[in-house]
Design a protein around this ligand. Sequence first.
Ligand SMILES: Cc1cc2nc3c(=O)[nH]c(=O)nc-3n(C[C@H](O)[C@H](O)[C@H](O)COP(=O)(O)OP(=O)(O)OC[C@H]3O[C@@H](n4cnc5c(N)ncnc54)[C@H](O)[C@@H]3O)c2cc1C
Length: 478
Amino acid sequence: MPNSHPDVLVIGAGPAGISAAWELSRKGKKVLVVEKESQVGGLAKTMRFEEASGVYFTDNGPHRFISKQQYLTDMVGDLLGEHWTKVPRLTRFFVGDKFYFYPVRLGNVLKQIGPIKAVHFFVDYLKEHICSRISPREMKSFEDFVVARFGRTLAEFNMINYTEKIWGIPAGEISIDWAQQRIAGMSLWATIKKMIFKKSGPKSLTSAFYYPDRGAGLIYETMADEVIKNGGEILLSSEPVSFSCAGKIVKEVKLKRKDGELFSVSPSAVVSSVPVTQCIGLFDPPPPAEVLSAAKNLKFRSQVYLFLTINKEKVTDDNWVYFPDKNIPFGRICEPKNFSRIMSPEGKTSLFIEFFCFEGDEIWNASKAMLFDMAIEWLEKLKFLKREEVINVYYLKQLYAYPVYDLNYKNHVKKALSFLDSFENYYAIGRPGRFRYTNQDHSIEMGLLAAKSILEGSRMDIDSVGGGKEYYEQAEKK
Ligand SMILES: Cc1cc2nc3c(=O)[nH]c(=O)nc-3n(C[C@H](O)[C@H](O)[C@H](O)COP(=O)(O)OP(=O)(O)OC[C@H]3O[C@@H](n4cnc5c(N)ncnc54)[C@H](O)[C@@H]3O)c2cc1C
């Protein structure tokens, strides 16, 4: 039975939770980590598949590591040592029967679209630019943002369609926050300047990235090993059932283990990355009706994946290939071997295929055979591989993959998080816990900030992560 009085209970062992546990355990706190799944790493975990043809690894969707915060890159580099490798980026997208490089290369684009369409893109962009100067429009949605920055024709060519595929709602109903978070510095003009003058461009044009040689999950597995070495405990396949509160303090957390056994712990502090939509319902006494209703109005996008092991040396040279066209059922493919050689056995490779969906919709309910038939038809047509080269097909499902930033999400998030943040010893962190579209680096930083808040007894602003402020750059190395 685990320690019933840990200093800190960490719920969720994704990048945010395990980073919090790691930092707290390094500083002498007794932590208990409770994770629902059977392994650590959350959305950034790496899975292992052993079969007669050898051992394959894949992330849950490919995970590059980039961060504006040098201290985070250095910190993970120190943790992984020789396993921390730098990978050149090769990404393409497929639109209207042609492949394009991303970041776009002037020669490649002109060759593929031809001069007439290129002029059309540019004139359309100028028209938007001039109109927005003469009579500025209110910018509320992703669509407003990309049309203003790129012109409608280009926005529809490869941005609006892909974005709608990810989110499953029209681009006009997606909050501008998403564009501002992901592609803030980008416009057609910035892209052209970058191509011509080779100036360093905005973040999403990064041409190389860090990657652990045995998958992104290695970061979190290494942290988990250190948590245990430091005297912490990690309970897998376990979850909270209720948070009993006295006033604004979480006094006791009831937990359920894999075998169904219930037990209670009374930690001094709780750090949680349980999806905000779920954890609100665990509070006892329950929150006010308006908080419950706010949480109910928040939606997460889910994903279904196919992982193919392939009897072939290589499928592509790409890290990722994106498919914005809506008539292609999947959104993105990646070849793990192009991130690290050891992701596939000698002479073989693998492909990870991502489908975007909502829980319960047609794609979510499609069988493995149906999805494979849909996918292989396109993969053969695009000459990536032949059906007979596929050794095995694995079928995976992921809830809570993307917090949906619709036009009203902000008010709902604010209400739900003000309730959670009002508890003195409860820290909601991470992508699902704060309903924030984070990358790994942001989630790690949220975990570190929660740990720092507990260690120093003063709550830090976890939502400022990703806003460019260098909050934690003073973090000491071991
Ligand atoms: C397809 C895809 C590709 C991505 N690519 C990249 C990339 O290239 N680079 C990058 O930096 N980021 C990428 N990301 C984002 C990255 O995965 C996330 O930012 C990161 O994993 C978020 O970490 P987190 O700890 O905040 O949340 P999660 O990873 O969601 O972790 C939350 C953890 O809490 C656990 N949990 C949930 N509920 C409970 C419960 N009730 N009880 C116990 N445990 C619970 C979950 O099982 C999970 O382990 C990608 C994401 C996806 C979906």
